[in-house]
Design a protein around this ligand. Structure first.
Ligand code: GRF
Length: 217
């Protein structure tokens, strides 16, 4: 019997290169997921164009059409739920989400963030890493909670920081790692190796230390 496909929705505000990485792995036949929706708060998001090209249903809602943040979030997440998504992936979704709305997705929503969390939640992570003189930078995938970039980290990819590195060079090298890390985490969830049971569990054991790409593959 073939493996059932995990229904995945993605929310993205920008160019969507992490979405593209997911689509590429799925099209290569090595990611057992059905992408049921790509949604955005920006009608011009590149992610929506990528989804259209891949024949994935899309949704764009404008926050300005709603009286406040909770109303927008409720409307958006109701549409995500209606898509049948079992997993929600935030891939460059640049909004803080209402706590009550997020709570309904506990253990079913993940986010990718370009830092070695808990270092540098929020914006400008590459700059902050350089300013701190860190010898290492990285990306994290974490379960989403109401705290911005604050939920339990399940996996990280690391890159060394060299003397010639700039914000742009770090961003470029790290993005390549993100494009491996996110599909690896989604794949582990789709295959049932990584699951949420009040805490993140991998192969039946709590994730005490963020997983590496090597462990996930
Ligand atoms: C990535 O760096 C991701 O870690 C962060 O936002 C960026 C999105 O890039 N959350 P893209 O839209 O996937 O290209």
């Amino acid at each position: 019997m073939s493996q059932p496909l995990l229904k995945v929705a993605v929310l993205a505000s920008g160019r969507g290169s992490n979405l593209a990485a997911l689509i590429a792995v799925r099209e290569a036949g090595t990611l057992p997921v059905d992408m049921v929706l790509v949604g955005s708060d920006k009608a011009s998001a590149g992610a929506l164009r990528l989804a259209e090209a891949a024949h994935i249903p899309t949704l764009s809602l404008n926050p300005k059409d709603y009286p406040d943040r909770p109303s927008f979030d409720r409307a958006l997440f109701a549409r995500v739920a209606a898509s049948g998504a079992e997993l929600l992936v935030l891939a460059g979704f640049m909004r803080v989400i209402d706590a009550a709305v997020v709570a309904e997705w506990e253990g079913r929503a993940i986010n990718i963030h370009p830092s070695l969390l808990p270092k540098y939640p929020g914006l400008h992570t590459h700059r902050r890493c350089l300013e701190a003189g860190d010898s290492e930078h990285g990306a994290s995938v974490h379960y989403v909670t109401a705290e911005l970039d604050g939920g339990p980290v399940v996996a990280q990819a690391r890159i060394p920081v060299g003397p010639g590195d700039t914000e742009a060079s770090l961003a470029e090298r790290l993005l390549a790692e993100e494009h491996r890390l996110l599909p690896a985490v989604v794949g582990a969830i789709a295959r049932g190796r990584l699951r949420w049971d009040g805490e993140a569990m991998f192969d039946g054991r709590p994730v005490a230390v963020p997983l590496t790409l090597a462990q996930l593959s």
